[in-house]
Ligand binder design. Structure first.
Ligand SMILES: Nc1nc2c(c(=O)[nH]1)N[C@H]1C(S)=C(S)[C@@H](COP(=O)(O)O)O[C@H]1N2
Ligand SMILES: [Mo]
Length: 257
Protein backbone atom coordinates (compact mmCIF):
# COMPACT_ATOMS: atom_id res chain seq x y z
CA UNK A 1 0.00 0.00 0.00
CA UNK A 2 1.63 3.25 -1.13
CA UNK A 3 0.59 6.21 0.99
CA UNK A 4 1.95 9.65 1.78
CA UNK A 5 3.14 10.27 5.33
CA UNK A 6 0.26 12.63 6.09
CA UNK A 7 -2.36 10.30 4.66
CA UNK A 8 -4.88 9.34 7.36
CA UNK A 9 -5.14 5.87 5.85
CA UNK A 10 -1.48 5.38 6.51
CA UNK A 11 -1.97 6.34 10.10
CA UNK A 12 -4.81 3.86 10.45
CA UNK A 13 -2.73 1.21 8.74
CA UNK A 14 0.11 1.81 11.19
CA UNK A 15 -2.31 1.68 14.09
CA UNK A 16 -3.63 -1.68 12.93
CA UNK A 17 -0.22 -3.19 12.38
CA UNK A 18 0.84 -2.05 15.83
CA UNK A 19 -2.18 -3.68 17.37
CA UNK A 20 -1.47 -6.85 15.47
CA UNK A 21 2.12 -6.73 16.66
CA UNK A 22 1.47 -6.94 20.38
CA UNK A 23 -0.66 -6.42 23.40
CA UNK A 24 -1.26 -2.70 22.87
CA UNK A 25 -4.52 -1.45 24.25
CA UNK A 26 -6.65 0.42 21.74
CA UNK A 27 -6.77 3.43 24.06
CA UNK A 28 -3.00 3.56 24.32
CA UNK A 29 -2.66 3.19 20.60
CA UNK A 30 -5.01 6.08 19.97
CA UNK A 31 -3.10 8.23 22.37
CA UNK A 32 0.11 7.27 20.64
CA UNK A 33 -1.07 8.04 17.12
CA UNK A 34 -2.33 11.45 18.23
CA UNK A 35 0.91 12.45 19.93
CA UNK A 36 2.99 14.95 17.99
CA UNK A 37 6.26 13.24 18.87
CA UNK A 38 4.99 9.95 17.60
CA UNK A 39 3.47 11.49 14.49
CA UNK A 40 6.72 13.13 13.53
CA UNK A 41 8.50 9.83 13.96
CA UNK A 42 6.01 8.19 11.66
CA UNK A 43 6.39 11.03 9.20
CA UNK A 44 10.15 10.85 9.32
CA UNK A 45 10.30 7.30 8.10
CA UNK A 46 8.40 4.87 5.93
CA UNK A 47 8.85 2.03 8.38
CA UNK A 48 8.30 1.45 12.06
CA UNK A 49 11.70 2.54 13.30
CA UNK A 50 13.53 1.41 16.38
CA UNK A 51 12.78 4.69 18.10
CA UNK A 52 9.07 4.50 17.34
CA UNK A 53 9.16 0.94 18.60
CA UNK A 54 10.64 2.24 21.81
CA UNK A 55 8.00 4.91 22.33
CA UNK A 56 5.29 2.37 21.69
CA UNK A 57 6.80 -0.09 24.11
CA UNK A 58 6.75 2.54 26.81
CA UNK A 59 3.00 2.92 26.29
CA UNK A 60 2.37 -0.72 27.01
CA UNK A 61 0.74 -1.97 30.15
CA UNK A 62 2.78 -2.10 33.33
CA UNK A 63 3.08 -5.12 35.55
CA UNK A 64 1.40 -4.53 38.90
CA UNK A 65 3.56 -2.77 41.47
CA UNK A 66 3.14 -3.42 45.19
CA UNK A 67 3.76 -1.52 48.42
CA UNK A 68 6.68 -1.88 50.85
CA UNK A 69 4.36 -3.82 53.20
CA UNK A 70 4.04 -6.54 50.57
CA UNK A 71 7.78 -7.27 50.34
CA UNK A 72 8.64 -10.83 51.35
CA UNK A 73 10.97 -11.00 54.37
CA UNK A 74 13.40 -13.06 52.30
CA UNK A 75 13.47 -13.26 48.53
CA UNK A 76 13.65 -16.89 47.55
CA UNK A 77 16.55 -17.95 45.32
CA UNK A 78 16.24 -20.51 42.54
CA UNK A 79 18.33 -22.09 39.80
CA UNK A 80 22.01 -21.31 40.17
CA UNK A 81 22.61 -19.64 43.52
CA UNK A 82 26.43 -19.56 43.65
CA UNK A 83 28.32 -19.68 40.33
CA UNK A 84 31.48 -21.76 40.58
CA UNK A 85 33.65 -20.55 37.67
CA UNK A 86 37.08 -19.25 38.65
CA UNK A 87 36.38 -15.96 36.84
CA UNK A 88 33.19 -15.35 38.77
CA UNK A 89 34.74 -16.36 42.11
CA UNK A 90 37.53 -13.86 41.47
CA UNK A 91 35.07 -11.04 40.67
CA UNK A 92 33.00 -11.84 43.75
CA UNK A 93 36.10 -11.91 45.97
CA UNK A 94 36.82 -8.30 44.91
CA UNK A 95 33.23 -7.27 45.57
CA UNK A 96 32.70 -6.96 41.80
CA UNK A 97 34.91 -3.86 41.56
CA UNK A 98 36.61 -5.41 38.47
CA UNK A 99 33.33 -6.51 36.92
CA UNK A 100 32.15 -5.07 33.61
CA UNK A 101 29.07 -5.53 31.51
CA UNK A 102 29.98 -5.94 27.84
CA UNK A 103 27.49 -4.84 25.19
CA UNK A 104 28.16 -5.88 21.61
CA UNK A 105 26.67 -7.43 18.49
CA UNK A 106 24.43 -5.26 16.29
CA UNK A 107 25.27 -1.96 18.01
CA UNK A 108 26.96 1.22 16.80
CA UNK A 109 29.47 1.34 19.67
CA UNK A 110 30.40 -1.89 21.42
CA UNK A 111 30.93 -0.83 25.06
CA UNK A 112 31.80 -1.93 28.55
CA UNK A 113 30.07 -0.57 31.66
CA UNK A 114 31.41 -0.82 35.19
CA UNK A 115 28.97 -1.27 38.05
CA UNK A 116 29.66 2.33 39.08
CA UNK A 117 28.86 3.56 35.57
CA UNK A 118 25.53 1.72 35.67
CA UNK A 119 24.75 3.02 39.17
CA UNK A 120 25.47 6.56 37.96
CA UNK A 121 22.77 6.33 35.30
CA UNK A 122 19.16 7.29 36.14
CA UNK A 123 17.64 4.48 38.21
CA UNK A 124 14.19 3.02 38.61
CA UNK A 125 12.87 1.21 41.69
CA UNK A 126 9.86 -1.11 41.55
CA UNK A 127 8.15 -3.56 43.89
CA UNK A 128 6.93 -6.50 41.85
CA UNK A 129 5.98 -10.15 42.08
CA UNK A 130 8.27 -12.78 40.64
CA UNK A 131 6.48 -15.88 39.32
CA UNK A 132 8.45 -19.08 38.78
CA UNK A 133 6.97 -21.85 36.63
CA UNK A 134 7.88 -24.28 39.38
CA UNK A 135 4.91 -22.85 41.27
CA UNK A 136 6.08 -20.14 43.63
CA UNK A 137 5.93 -16.35 43.73
CA UNK A 138 7.81 -13.76 45.73
CA UNK A 139 7.47 -9.98 46.05
CA UNK A 140 10.63 -7.88 46.14
CA UNK A 141 11.86 -4.37 45.50
CA UNK A 142 14.27 -4.00 42.60
CA UNK A 143 16.47 -1.03 41.70
CA UNK A 144 18.39 -0.78 38.49
CA UNK A 145 18.98 1.00 35.24
CA UNK A 146 16.30 0.70 32.57
CA UNK A 147 17.71 -1.63 29.91
CA UNK A 148 16.47 0.74 27.19
CA UNK A 149 18.77 3.50 28.50
CA UNK A 150 21.79 1.21 28.22
CA UNK A 151 20.73 0.21 24.71
CA UNK A 152 20.40 3.88 23.74
CA UNK A 153 23.97 4.51 24.94
CA UNK A 154 25.40 1.92 22.55
CA UNK A 155 23.04 2.60 19.64
CA UNK A 156 20.99 -0.39 18.49
CA UNK A 157 21.24 -1.06 14.77
CA UNK A 158 18.08 -1.41 12.71
CA UNK A 159 18.80 -5.06 11.97
CA UNK A 160 18.81 -6.04 15.67
CA UNK A 161 15.70 -7.89 16.89
CA UNK A 162 16.70 -9.44 20.21
CA UNK A 163 18.88 -8.78 23.23
CA UNK A 164 20.68 -11.90 24.42
CA UNK A 165 21.78 -12.02 28.08
CA UNK A 166 24.92 -14.09 28.61
CA UNK A 167 25.39 -15.21 32.22
CA UNK A 168 28.38 -16.22 34.33
CA UNK A 169 26.94 -19.58 35.44
CA UNK A 170 26.53 -23.01 33.90
CA UNK A 171 23.27 -24.39 35.22
CA UNK A 172 23.91 -27.65 37.09
CA UNK A 173 27.50 -27.49 35.86
CA UNK A 174 26.30 -27.99 32.26
CA UNK A 175 25.71 -25.38 29.58
CA UNK A 176 25.99 -21.63 30.14
CA UNK A 177 22.75 -19.95 31.21
CA UNK A 178 21.47 -17.40 28.74
CA UNK A 179 18.20 -15.72 27.88
CA UNK A 180 16.77 -13.31 25.33
CA UNK A 181 14.10 -10.65 24.96
CA UNK A 182 12.74 -8.96 21.88
CA UNK A 183 13.30 -5.23 21.63
CA UNK A 184 9.73 -4.37 22.60
CA UNK A 185 10.14 -6.14 25.93
CA UNK A 186 13.70 -4.83 26.29
CA UNK A 187 12.47 -1.22 26.04
CA UNK A 188 9.52 -1.71 28.39
CA UNK A 189 9.88 0.82 31.24
CA UNK A 190 9.88 -1.91 33.91
CA UNK A 191 12.65 -3.89 32.21
CA UNK A 192 15.72 -3.24 34.35
CA UNK A 193 19.28 -4.34 34.74
CA UNK A 194 18.93 -4.56 38.51
CA UNK A 195 21.78 -4.17 41.00
CA UNK A 196 19.82 -3.75 44.27
CA UNK A 197 17.25 -5.98 45.94
CA UNK A 198 15.22 -4.52 48.81
CA UNK A 199 17.54 -1.52 49.05
CA UNK A 200 20.82 -3.43 49.33
CA UNK A 201 23.34 -4.75 46.81
CA UNK A 202 21.96 -7.81 45.04
CA UNK A 203 22.98 -10.97 46.94
CA UNK A 204 24.95 -13.59 45.02
CA UNK A 205 22.04 -16.03 45.36
CA UNK A 206 19.81 -13.61 43.44
CA UNK A 207 22.26 -12.80 40.64
CA UNK A 208 24.99 -10.40 41.82
CA UNK A 209 26.14 -8.04 40.62
CA UNK A 210 23.53 -7.57 37.88
CA UNK A 211 20.38 -9.40 36.85
CA UNK A 212 17.56 -8.81 34.48
CA UNK A 213 14.07 -7.86 35.68
CA UNK A 214 11.43 -8.21 32.97
CA UNK A 215 8.33 -7.90 35.07
CA UNK A 216 5.78 -9.14 32.57
CA UNK A 217 7.67 -12.38 32.06
CA UNK A 218 8.09 -15.62 34.00
CA UNK A 219 11.06 -16.05 36.30
CA UNK A 220 13.25 -18.10 33.99
CA UNK A 221 13.52 -15.13 31.58
CA UNK A 222 15.15 -12.99 34.28
CA UNK A 223 18.79 -13.83 33.73
CA UNK A 224 21.02 -13.58 36.82
CA UNK A 225 24.82 -13.01 36.77
CA UNK A 226 24.54 -11.06 33.50
CA UNK A 227 28.00 -10.51 31.99
CA UNK A 228 27.28 -9.59 28.42
CA UNK A 229 24.46 -8.27 26.26
CA UNK A 230 24.54 -9.27 22.62
CA UNK A 231 22.23 -7.61 20.09
CA UNK A 232 21.26 -10.12 17.43
CA UNK A 233 18.93 -10.58 14.52
CA UNK A 234 18.44 -14.25 15.34
CA UNK A 235 19.60 -16.55 18.13
CA UNK A 236 20.20 -19.56 15.88
CA UNK A 237 23.92 -19.46 16.64
CA UNK A 238 23.57 -19.38 20.45
CA UNK A 239 23.20 -22.47 22.63
CA UNK A 240 20.78 -24.84 20.88
CA UNK A 241 19.17 -21.95 19.03
CA UNK A 242 15.87 -21.47 20.91
CA UNK A 243 16.72 -18.22 22.69
CA UNK A 244 17.43 -19.43 26.22
CA UNK A 245 18.80 -22.17 28.44
CA UNK A 246 15.34 -23.43 29.39
CA UNK A 247 13.89 -22.75 25.94
CA UNK A 248 16.59 -25.10 24.61
CA UNK A 249 15.04 -27.68 26.94
CA UNK A 250 11.41 -27.21 25.94
CA UNK A 251 10.13 -24.08 27.70
CA UNK A 252 8.34 -21.46 25.59
CA UNK A 253 10.44 -18.57 24.37
CA UNK A 254 7.47 -16.27 24.99
CA UNK A 255 6.95 -16.31 28.75
CA UNK A 256 4.58 -13.37 29.12
CA UNK A 257 2.25 -13.36 32.13
N1 LIG B 1 21.97 -17.10 35.30
C1 LIG B 1 20.83 -17.65 35.74
N2 LIG B 1 19.70 -16.91 35.71
C2 LIG B 1 18.54 -17.45 36.15
C3 LIG B 1 18.46 -18.78 36.61
C4 LIG B 1 19.68 -19.54 36.62
O1 LIG B 1 19.72 -20.72 37.02
N3 LIG B 1 20.83 -18.93 36.19
N4 LIG B 1 17.25 -19.31 37.03
C5 LIG B 1 16.04 -18.61 36.57
C6 LIG B 1 14.82 -19.01 37.27
S1 LIG B 1 14.04 -20.44 36.80
C7 LIG B 1 14.23 -18.20 38.19
S2 LIG B 1 12.73 -18.56 38.90
C8 LIG B 1 14.91 -16.98 38.65
C9 LIG B 1 15.19 -17.08 40.13
O2 LIG B 1 15.64 -15.85 40.60
P1 LIG B 1 15.97 -15.75 42.15
O3 LIG B 1 17.10 -16.70 42.42
O4 LIG B 1 16.33 -14.34 42.40
O5 LIG B 1 14.72 -16.18 42.88
O6 LIG B 1 16.15 -16.74 38.01
C10 LIG B 1 16.19 -17.11 36.66
N5 LIG B 1 17.43 -16.67 36.13
MO1 LIG C 1 11.92 -20.33 37.66
Amino acid sequence: MMTRPDDPNRRRFLGRSLLAGGALLLGGCERVTRSDAMQSLFDASGALTQKAHRLLASQESLAREYTPDDIAPEFRANGTTDPTSADYRHLAANDFSDWHLSVDGLVDHASRFSLTALRDMPARTQITRHDCVEGWSCIGQWTGVPLGDVLDRVGVRDTARFVVFHCADRYGGGDPYYESLDLREAYHPQTLLAYDLNGAALPIANGAPLRLRAERQLGYKMAKYVMRLELVESFDHIGRGRGGFWEDRGYNWWAGI
